[in-house]
Design a protein around this ligand. Structure first.
Ligand SMILES: *Cc1c(COP(=O)(O)O)cnc(C)c1O
Ligand SMILES: [Zn+2]
Length: 397
């Protein structure tokens, strides 16, 4: 494998054992826990100038802090997305600045590309011929795209309610698409069955591969660098499995430990009221979620009733002095439309949970008037254009 210098291997978040990345590929061989890439940060000689001197052209410009070399990566120059000022929103919320990290500007239109570029690179370097995952839609589309680029076959399991765009594009990329009647749990069960029959398939599923949260880490590096190394006061993240939230929190600790920043941003998980296991666990002071019964939200990307990494998400919220917030689908869709009509930015329906959550947090007095608040627009509005349009129609517009 073409690993980077400081990358020392994979550490289990449960039992604490460390493993060589050549040998351990997915969950912990000892206890099935989540594996997390580890680095010897002391051995790294990087400064703010190291990164500033590079073109802002890809998330791989932070390769020292990623497991694989930029040169060996299966990449389409994902990341390096804009951080868009939203002054009207800042006025509305009564804070100093609101900035939208616009992940819609990725190769397949969502931040899932940041996870798949690293996961498919790992698959490729391990000599896999097939990758597989269950997904609400966007991760499946991204996996099909990166697998195509790497010359691998992608087996994608999507629930029937995932969006037309995502299904269509899995086909267009030549993926093996399996549409499963029902919801994400049903797609997950079909994927498990297929994996049992095809043990040689390389999983690129959320927190089964150690590399998706690792790729999503880069959203935080970029945000901080785009703010001239100022750490934002709050980051509001539309949370499903929590991959990006856990990754960004890890990234903030790495920048701090490298001496490049001083503080951690307060991380906020935004969910939909119809499926809010993380918010409930946070409010009840629990260390782990309880699976959500009867999930029901239009926000497919965050309709994750049983997020296996909830202990890591809850740790990140508490360690960063952040929080969790759930809002209704009506409020979420209204927020997407308000942002589109006032700031021009096209937020996906799922993503607008971050905007609507920030509104609610502001109302609760979570933010100070000088605060810099970053909202993650995890995917492009056009992925959900039908949902947003029919929301308008339901109001007679
Ligand atoms: C997958 C997805 C999410 C949730 O991401 P996690 O990191 O798993 O919490 C949010 N928004 C969009 C658009 C997504 O596709
Ligand atoms: Zn373990």
């Amino acid at each position: 494998m073409e690993t980077t210098e400081a990358f020392t291997g994979l550490r289990c978040v449960d039992c604490g054992e460390s493993f060589d990345a050549e040998e351990a590929t997915h969950r912990c061989p000892e206890c099935e826990g989540i594996l997390d890439p580890e680095y010897d940060l002391d051995a790294l000689d990087v400064s703010r100038e190291t990164f500033e001197s590079r073109r802002f052209d890809s998330m791989w410009r932070y390769e020292e802090l990623l497991p694989f070399t930029r040169e060996s990566a299966v990449s389409m120059d994902e990341g390096a997305t804009a951080l868009v000022e939203a002054p009207k929103l800042a006025d509305e919320l009564g804070v100093g600045r609101v900035l939208i990290k616009d992940e819609g500007r990725n190769p397949t239109g969502t931040f899932k590309d940041r996870g798949q570029t690293v996961a498919v690179t790992a698959a490729s370097q391990h000599g896999a011929s097939d990758v597989a995952l269950a997904s609400a839609g966007n991760a499946g589309q991204a996996a099909a795209a990166y697998a195509a680029r790497a010359g691998l076959d992608a087996h994608v399991f999507l629930p029937s309610r995932s969006g037309f765009t995502q299904k269509a594009m899995v086909n267009v990329h030549g993926g093996d698409m399996n549409v499963v009647e029902g919801r994400i749990g049903d797609a997950g069960a079909a994927y498990e069955g297929a994996m049992a029959e095809n043990p040689e398939w390389y999983s690129v599923k959320t927190f089964v591969t150690p590399y998706r949260h690792e790729g999503k880490k880069t959203m935080l590096y970029e945000t901080v660098e785009q703010l001239d190394w100022e750490v934002p006061d709050a980051v509001v993240y539309p949370t499903g499995g929590g991959v990006g939230l856990v990754g960004m929190h890890k990234a903030a600790k790495e920048l701090r430990d490298l001496g490049l920043t001083g503080d951690l941003p307060a991380m906020y998980a935004a969910q939909a009221e119809g499926c809010a296991p993380v918010v409930r666990a946070f409010e009840e002071g629990r260390d782990v979620h309880e699976p959500w019964q009867n999930p029901d939200t239009i926000c497919g990307g965050i309709e994750i009733p049983d997020p296996g990494a909830s202990p890591l998400i809850l740790d990140a919220l508490r360690e960063s002095d952040g929080g969790a917030v759930a809002t209704s689908d009506q409020d979420i869709l209204d927020s997407a439309v308000t942002v589109a009509q006032n700031e021009g930015v096209e937020m996906g329906a799922t993503c607008a949970a971050a905007a609507s959550g920030a509104w609610e947090l502001a109302q609760r007095g979570e933010f100070d008037e000088e605060d810099t608040v970053v909202l993650l627009n995890t995917g492009h509005g056009s992925k959900d254009d039908d949902v947003l349009r029919s929301h308008l129609m339901s109001k007679g517009i």
